[in-house]
Design a protein around this ligand. Sequence first.
Ligand code: TYD
Length: 189
Amino acid sequence: MLIAIEGIDGSGKTTLAKELKKWLENEKKKKVLLTAEPFTEEISKLIQEEGWKDPVTLTLLFSADRGVHVNWIMKQNQYDIIITDRYYYSTIAYQSAMGIDKNWIIEVNKFFPKPELTLLLDIPAEIAITRIKKDDKFNFKEKLSLLKKVRENYLEITKNENSIKIINSTKTFEEVLSEAKNYVEELIS
Ligand code: TYD
């Protein structure tokens, strides 16, 4: 079972992923694998050196990285649930905000398995950037308008997709976690 966690930078994905894993293991006795994209060190390096200068190459690099990631995920048979911090909705939301045609991104990513559940942590970009701390390696603080567009794209995607659940991430973390648990519970029961 594949669960994806999505949202703009500073939306709290990583913390949620870790806490969901703990809860699933301790309370639900599930074997959980936590993973994240970008996945491979080699492609991450190319993304940093080349990708951010060129959105077409960036789209292809994130998608190629995903191909490697998915092949690896397919071999992790010992787990009941795999939680990925970012998946193909990230490419759709971010790279289309950079001007890449959404349909082309969808086409390039169409071979990847669809997650049974995607949790979208929704938060206004202005609030999210106050949470992005020192490790803002992509200078999103200077790219508020881009993040705003990314958020709009995420919300747009959810309109025709029942497996994506929106969680209001401006709430307290306890509330966010509890909502997320409800969606996961629905899925596994
Ligand atoms: P992420 O790993 O979430 O950032 P962090 O450094 O905090 O762990 O992702 C790195 C950045 O890459 C993030 O700003 C989102 C962006 N991204 C895309 O633009 N497209 C994608 O397909 C993916 C997976 C990430």
